[in-house]
Write a protein that binds this ligand. Structure first.
Ligand SMILES: [Zn+2]
Length: 68
């Protein structure tokens, strides 16, 4: 898996973080529920993603990526 590992603002290095404080986030997931066009079964279990924060070590900008 390759992605840009530099901050889009300052070009600093991004550091992968893990979510803590599960009482605030719970089981936070990103789900693609598809288009709400009336099709049945638009929720696909294989589209459940986990948000992963990446923090810039220079300016502390946080970027979120959705990973499985
Ligand atoms: Zn930065």
């Amino acid at each position: 898996m390759s992605r840009t590992d530099t901050c889009p603002d300052c070009g600093g290095a991004l550091e992968r973080m893990t979510l803590q404080g599960t009482d605030a986030f719970g089981d936070l997931t990103i789900v693609d529920e598809g288009d709400d066009d009336g099709f049945l079964g638009s929720v696909r279990a294989d589209e459940i993603l986990e948000p992963v924060p990446y923090v810039c070590v220079e300016c502390r900008r946080v970027l979120w990526y959705a990973e499985r």
